[in-house]
Design a protein around this ligand. Structure first.
Ligand code: FES
Length: 126
């Protein structure tokens, strides 16, 4: 799997190759480590054939969102933090509690191509 060695730029946006869809889609959530440290890590979710990315740490008290349960509530995909069960919308990062996790990245959704993660820092998948 690639680990950020290839990069494309579009203006000030940086896209990093994080791996082939065939590999990344094997796990529902993958923790992407940031070169900026623990607080900048990202969860890469693969749910119902689509990739989503958001901060890896819960906006409440830093719980590990990659370990949360994912549910589809009337078409809205949410991850539930394993520590206190707060919900976060995978598309918006918003919680029904009023909190919000950042969506620091966008994920390209290519078919049969490597997936690219839009970010401004180096990341590695595990
Ligand atoms: S740390 Fe996530 S809900 Fe409390």
């Amino acid at each position: 799997m690639a680990s950020g060695n290839e990069e494309e730029s579009a203006g000030s946006v940086s896209w990093r190759l994080i791996g082939p869809v065939s590999e990344l889609s094997k796990k529902q959530c993958r923790l992407m480590h940031s070169s900026l440290g623990y607080g900048s890590d990202v969860c890469l979710f693969y749910v119902k054939g689509e990739f989503f990315a958001m901060d890896a740490r819960c906006a409440h008290s830093g719980g590990p969102l990659c370990d949360g349960d994912i549910e589809d509530a009337d078409g809205i995909l949410q991850v539930f933090c394993p520590w206190h069960d707060y919900d976060f919308n995978l598309r918006t990062g918003q919680s029904g509690t009023g909190l919000q996790v950042s969506l620091p990245t966008n994920v390209d959704q290519p078919i049969n191509q490597p997936t690219l993660l839009q970010t401004q820092n180096a990341m590695q998948s595990n």
